[in-house]
Ligand binder design. Structure first.
Ligand SMILES: Cc1cc2nc3c(=O)[nH]c(=O)nc-3n(C[C@H](O)[C@H](O)[C@H](O)COP(=O)(O)O)c2cc1C
Length: 260
Protein backbone atom coordinates (compact mmCIF):
# COMPACT_ATOMS: atom_id res chain seq x y z
CA UNK A 1 0.00 0.00 0.00
CA UNK A 2 2.92 2.35 0.51
CA UNK A 3 3.29 2.96 -3.22
CA UNK A 4 -0.43 3.64 -3.62
CA UNK A 5 -0.38 6.03 -0.65
CA UNK A 6 2.60 7.80 -2.20
CA UNK A 7 0.82 8.16 -5.55
CA UNK A 8 -2.27 9.56 -3.86
CA UNK A 9 -0.17 12.03 -1.85
CA UNK A 10 1.80 13.37 -4.86
CA UNK A 11 1.56 17.09 -5.24
CA UNK A 12 3.09 20.22 -6.68
CA UNK A 13 5.18 22.48 -4.44
CA UNK A 14 4.27 26.15 -4.87
CA UNK A 15 6.46 27.43 -2.04
CA UNK A 16 10.21 27.71 -1.45
CA UNK A 17 12.67 24.84 -0.91
CA UNK A 18 15.47 24.55 1.60
CA UNK A 19 18.70 25.94 0.15
CA UNK A 20 20.69 22.73 0.80
CA UNK A 21 21.98 21.05 -2.33
CA UNK A 22 20.18 17.91 -3.49
CA UNK A 23 22.57 15.00 -2.90
CA UNK A 24 24.10 13.44 -6.01
CA UNK A 25 22.67 10.12 -4.82
CA UNK A 26 19.13 11.53 -4.83
CA UNK A 27 19.65 13.20 -8.20
CA UNK A 28 20.74 9.93 -9.75
CA UNK A 29 17.94 8.02 -8.05
CA UNK A 30 15.45 10.43 -9.66
CA UNK A 31 17.08 9.81 -13.04
CA UNK A 32 16.80 6.04 -12.47
CA UNK A 33 13.08 6.25 -11.66
CA UNK A 34 12.58 8.52 -14.70
CA UNK A 35 14.12 5.97 -17.04
CA UNK A 36 12.06 3.17 -15.49
CA UNK A 37 9.08 4.70 -17.36
CA UNK A 38 7.64 2.96 -20.42
CA UNK A 39 8.50 4.25 -23.90
CA UNK A 40 7.54 3.18 -27.43
CA UNK A 41 9.76 0.24 -28.47
CA UNK A 42 11.90 1.07 -25.41
CA UNK A 43 13.20 4.06 -27.37
CA UNK A 44 13.81 6.07 -24.18
CA UNK A 45 13.46 9.35 -26.09
CA UNK A 46 13.94 11.49 -22.95
CA UNK A 47 17.09 13.41 -22.03
CA UNK A 48 17.63 15.44 -18.85
CA UNK A 49 19.92 18.24 -17.74
CA UNK A 50 20.61 18.53 -13.99
CA UNK A 51 21.39 22.17 -13.23
CA UNK A 52 23.07 23.31 -10.01
CA UNK A 53 25.31 26.12 -11.26
CA UNK A 54 24.11 29.23 -9.33
CA UNK A 55 24.75 31.54 -12.31
CA UNK A 56 22.61 29.36 -14.61
CA UNK A 57 19.86 29.06 -12.00
CA UNK A 58 19.90 32.83 -11.49
CA UNK A 59 19.50 33.44 -15.24
CA UNK A 60 16.65 30.91 -15.54
CA UNK A 61 15.04 32.62 -12.53
CA UNK A 62 15.35 36.04 -14.22
CA UNK A 63 13.76 34.67 -17.40
CA UNK A 64 10.98 32.99 -15.42
CA UNK A 65 10.13 36.08 -13.34
CA UNK A 66 10.34 38.40 -16.34
CA UNK A 67 8.07 36.08 -18.35
CA UNK A 68 5.54 36.01 -15.50
CA UNK A 69 5.51 39.83 -15.29
CA UNK A 70 5.11 40.18 -19.06
CA UNK A 71 2.32 37.59 -19.23
CA UNK A 72 0.31 39.13 -16.39
CA UNK A 73 0.91 42.73 -17.45
CA UNK A 74 -0.27 42.08 -21.01
CA UNK A 75 -3.36 40.26 -19.74
CA UNK A 76 -2.20 37.17 -21.69
CA UNK A 77 -2.05 34.90 -18.67
CA UNK A 78 -5.62 35.44 -17.57
CA UNK A 79 -6.89 35.47 -21.15
CA UNK A 80 -5.23 32.12 -21.84
CA UNK A 81 -6.09 30.41 -18.57
CA UNK A 82 -9.28 32.03 -17.22
CA UNK A 83 -11.25 28.82 -17.65
CA UNK A 84 -9.20 27.06 -15.00
CA UNK A 85 -9.74 29.64 -12.26
CA UNK A 86 -12.25 29.00 -9.44
CA UNK A 87 -13.22 31.66 -6.97
CA UNK A 88 -14.82 29.82 -4.09
CA UNK A 89 -14.70 26.54 -2.28
CA UNK A 90 -18.31 25.89 -3.43
CA UNK A 91 -17.38 26.36 -7.10
CA UNK A 92 -14.39 24.07 -6.61
CA UNK A 93 -16.55 21.49 -4.90
CA UNK A 94 -18.99 21.35 -7.78
CA UNK A 95 -16.58 21.25 -10.74
CA UNK A 96 -13.80 19.49 -8.84
CA UNK A 97 -11.16 20.67 -11.31
CA UNK A 98 -9.16 23.83 -11.92
CA UNK A 99 -7.34 25.90 -9.34
CA UNK A 100 -8.76 27.90 -6.46
CA UNK A 101 -6.84 31.08 -5.68
CA UNK A 102 -7.34 30.86 -1.93
CA UNK A 103 -4.55 33.17 -0.83
CA UNK A 104 -4.35 36.80 -1.93
CA UNK A 105 -2.93 39.95 -0.32
CA UNK A 106 -5.63 41.95 1.54
CA UNK A 107 -6.01 44.88 -0.91
CA UNK A 108 -6.70 42.49 -3.78
CA UNK A 109 -9.25 40.26 -2.07
CA UNK A 110 -12.39 42.31 -2.83
CA UNK A 111 -11.44 42.28 -6.53
CA UNK A 112 -10.82 38.57 -6.97
CA UNK A 113 -13.71 38.03 -9.34
CA UNK A 114 -12.86 41.12 -11.43
CA UNK A 115 -9.37 39.90 -12.14
CA UNK A 116 -10.35 38.98 -15.72
CA UNK A 117 -12.00 42.26 -16.64
CA UNK A 118 -10.24 45.25 -18.21
CA UNK A 119 -10.91 47.21 -15.01
CA UNK A 120 -9.43 44.38 -12.94
CA UNK A 121 -6.29 44.30 -15.06
CA UNK A 122 -5.93 48.08 -14.77
CA UNK A 123 -6.22 47.85 -11.01
CA UNK A 124 -3.68 45.06 -10.86
CA UNK A 125 -1.25 47.16 -12.86
CA UNK A 126 -1.84 50.12 -10.52
CA UNK A 127 -1.14 47.92 -7.51
CA UNK A 128 2.02 46.58 -9.15
CA UNK A 129 0.74 42.99 -9.18
CA UNK A 130 2.53 41.88 -12.39
CA UNK A 131 5.90 43.00 -10.98
CA UNK A 132 5.15 41.46 -7.57
CA UNK A 133 4.15 38.11 -9.09
CA UNK A 134 7.20 38.14 -11.36
CA UNK A 135 9.53 38.93 -8.48
CA UNK A 136 7.98 36.23 -6.28
CA UNK A 137 8.40 33.73 -9.10
CA UNK A 138 12.01 34.81 -9.72
CA UNK A 139 12.81 34.33 -6.04
CA UNK A 140 11.23 30.88 -5.95
CA UNK A 141 13.29 29.71 -8.91
CA UNK A 142 16.49 31.47 -7.79
CA UNK A 143 16.19 29.87 -4.34
CA UNK A 144 15.90 26.36 -5.75
CA UNK A 145 19.05 24.25 -5.41
CA UNK A 146 18.30 22.12 -8.45
CA UNK A 147 16.68 22.71 -11.83
CA UNK A 148 15.84 19.89 -14.17
CA UNK A 149 15.44 20.38 -17.90
CA UNK A 150 13.55 17.67 -19.78
CA UNK A 151 14.29 17.20 -23.48
CA UNK A 152 13.28 14.85 -26.27
CA UNK A 153 15.34 13.26 -29.00
CA UNK A 154 14.08 14.97 -32.17
CA UNK A 155 14.54 11.83 -34.27
CA UNK A 156 11.67 10.43 -32.16
CA UNK A 157 9.82 13.63 -31.31
CA UNK A 158 8.23 14.46 -34.67
CA UNK A 159 5.13 16.57 -33.94
CA UNK A 160 2.15 15.56 -36.07
CA UNK A 161 3.31 11.94 -36.33
CA UNK A 162 2.43 9.13 -33.93
CA UNK A 163 6.05 9.01 -32.87
CA UNK A 164 5.70 12.61 -31.66
CA UNK A 165 2.71 11.67 -29.54
CA UNK A 166 4.44 8.54 -28.21
CA UNK A 167 7.52 10.56 -27.24
CA UNK A 168 5.50 13.13 -25.33
CA UNK A 169 3.55 10.32 -23.67
CA UNK A 170 6.78 8.58 -22.61
CA UNK A 171 8.34 11.80 -21.32
CA UNK A 172 5.15 12.43 -19.34
CA UNK A 173 5.48 8.99 -17.76
CA UNK A 174 9.14 9.64 -16.92
CA UNK A 175 8.34 13.01 -15.36
CA UNK A 176 5.46 11.49 -13.42
CA UNK A 177 7.82 8.89 -11.95
CA UNK A 178 10.07 11.72 -10.73
CA UNK A 179 7.05 13.65 -9.44
CA UNK A 180 5.96 10.57 -7.48
CA UNK A 181 9.41 9.77 -6.13
CA UNK A 182 10.35 13.19 -4.75
CA UNK A 183 7.95 12.89 -1.79
CA UNK A 184 9.74 9.77 -0.54
CA UNK A 185 13.03 11.74 -0.53
CA UNK A 186 11.58 14.68 1.42
CA UNK A 187 11.69 16.78 -1.75
CA UNK A 188 9.24 18.80 -3.83
CA UNK A 189 8.97 19.75 -7.50
CA UNK A 190 7.31 22.49 -9.56
CA UNK A 191 7.04 23.23 -13.28
CA UNK A 192 8.90 26.41 -14.32
CA UNK A 193 6.59 27.07 -17.22
CA UNK A 194 6.42 30.82 -17.79
CA UNK A 195 9.53 31.08 -20.06
CA UNK A 196 8.05 28.60 -22.52
CA UNK A 197 5.08 30.93 -23.01
CA UNK A 198 7.32 33.63 -24.49
CA UNK A 199 9.29 32.30 -27.48
CA UNK A 200 12.28 34.64 -27.18
CA UNK A 201 12.77 33.68 -23.51
CA UNK A 202 12.43 29.98 -24.30
CA UNK A 203 15.01 30.31 -27.08
CA UNK A 204 17.40 32.04 -24.68
CA UNK A 205 16.93 29.21 -22.22
CA UNK A 206 17.79 26.72 -24.97
CA UNK A 207 21.00 28.65 -25.73
CA UNK A 208 21.87 28.84 -22.02
CA UNK A 209 21.59 25.04 -21.76
CA UNK A 210 23.42 24.57 -25.07
CA UNK A 211 20.62 22.43 -26.47
CA UNK A 212 21.92 20.86 -29.72
CA UNK A 213 19.90 20.66 -32.95
CA UNK A 214 19.00 17.00 -32.42
CA UNK A 215 17.24 17.68 -29.10
CA UNK A 216 14.09 19.65 -28.27
CA UNK A 217 13.79 21.41 -24.92
CA UNK A 218 10.37 20.37 -23.56
CA UNK A 219 10.11 21.55 -19.94
CA UNK A 220 12.00 22.89 -16.94
CA UNK A 221 11.34 22.04 -13.28
CA UNK A 222 12.66 23.32 -9.97
CA UNK A 223 13.39 20.85 -7.19
CA UNK A 224 14.71 20.81 -3.64
CA UNK A 225 14.18 19.53 -0.13
CA UNK A 226 11.02 20.72 1.60
CA UNK A 227 11.27 23.00 4.64
CA UNK A 228 9.85 21.73 7.94
CA UNK A 229 7.32 24.56 7.98
CA UNK A 230 5.78 24.99 4.52
CA UNK A 231 5.57 28.67 3.58
CA UNK A 232 2.75 29.76 1.28
CA UNK A 233 3.51 32.53 -1.26
CA UNK A 234 1.50 35.80 -0.98
CA UNK A 235 -0.59 34.78 -3.98
CA UNK A 236 -1.26 31.07 -3.93
CA UNK A 237 -3.77 28.47 -5.03
CA UNK A 238 -4.98 25.06 -4.05
CA UNK A 239 -5.78 22.30 -6.52
CA UNK A 240 -6.28 19.19 -4.43
CA UNK A 241 -9.79 18.52 -5.70
CA UNK A 242 -10.35 15.66 -8.10
CA UNK A 243 -13.45 14.83 -10.12
CA UNK A 244 -15.88 12.25 -8.82
CA UNK A 245 -15.89 8.85 -10.58
CA UNK A 246 -18.98 9.58 -12.79
CA UNK A 247 -17.35 12.84 -13.91
CA UNK A 248 -14.46 11.10 -15.64
CA UNK A 249 -14.99 7.32 -15.88
CA UNK A 250 -17.47 5.45 -18.13
CA UNK A 251 -18.58 1.84 -18.10
CA UNK A 252 -18.42 -0.17 -21.36
CA UNK A 253 -19.00 2.87 -23.60
CA UNK A 254 -18.95 6.63 -23.29
CA UNK A 255 -22.75 6.49 -23.00
CA UNK A 256 -22.65 5.16 -19.45
CA UNK A 257 -20.93 7.12 -16.67
CA UNK A 258 -19.49 4.90 -13.95
CA UNK A 259 -21.42 4.97 -10.69
CA UNK A 260 -19.74 6.34 -7.61
C1 LIG B 1 1.38 19.79 -18.41
C2 LIG B 1 1.39 20.42 -17.03
C3 LIG B 1 1.66 21.78 -16.90
C4 LIG B 1 1.71 22.38 -15.63
N1 LIG B 1 2.07 23.70 -15.51
C5 LIG B 1 2.27 24.19 -14.28
C6 LIG B 1 2.79 25.49 -14.08
O1 LIG B 1 3.01 26.21 -15.03
N2 LIG B 1 3.04 25.95 -12.84
C7 LIG B 1 2.79 25.17 -11.76
O2 LIG B 1 3.03 25.60 -10.63
N3 LIG B 1 2.25 23.94 -11.90
C8 LIG B 1 2.02 23.44 -13.12
N4 LIG B 1 1.53 22.18 -13.26
C9 LIG B 1 1.08 21.46 -12.07
C10 LIG B 1 -0.45 21.56 -11.95
O3 LIG B 1 -0.86 22.88 -11.69
C11 LIG B 1 -0.88 20.64 -10.84
O4 LIG B 1 -0.46 19.33 -11.14
C12 LIG B 1 -2.40 20.63 -10.64
O5 LIG B 1 -2.86 21.90 -10.26
C13 LIG B 1 -2.78 19.62 -9.55
O6 LIG B 1 -2.10 19.94 -8.36
P1 LIG B 1 -1.14 18.88 -7.65
O7 LIG B 1 -0.03 18.55 -8.63
O8 LIG B 1 -0.61 19.54 -6.42
O9 LIG B 1 -1.99 17.69 -7.37
C14 LIG B 1 1.45 21.59 -14.50
C15 LIG B 1 1.16 20.23 -14.65
C16 LIG B 1 1.13 19.65 -15.88
C17 LIG B 1 0.86 18.15 -16.00
Amino acid sequence: MELIDGLLARRTTNGPFRPDPVSREHQHLLMRVAQAAPSHFNSQPWRFVLIENPATIARVADLSGQSMTELIDAGVFFERYRRYFRFSEAEMDERRDGIHIDRLPGPLKPFTRQVFSDAGLKLMRQLGVPKKLGEDNRKLVAGSPLLLAALLDRSEYRPGELSGFYSVFGLGAAIENIWNAVGELGMGIQFVSTPMEIPRHWEELGRLLQVPDDLELMAVYRLGYLPDEPHRPAIDWSSRHRKRLPQFVYRESCAQPEEE
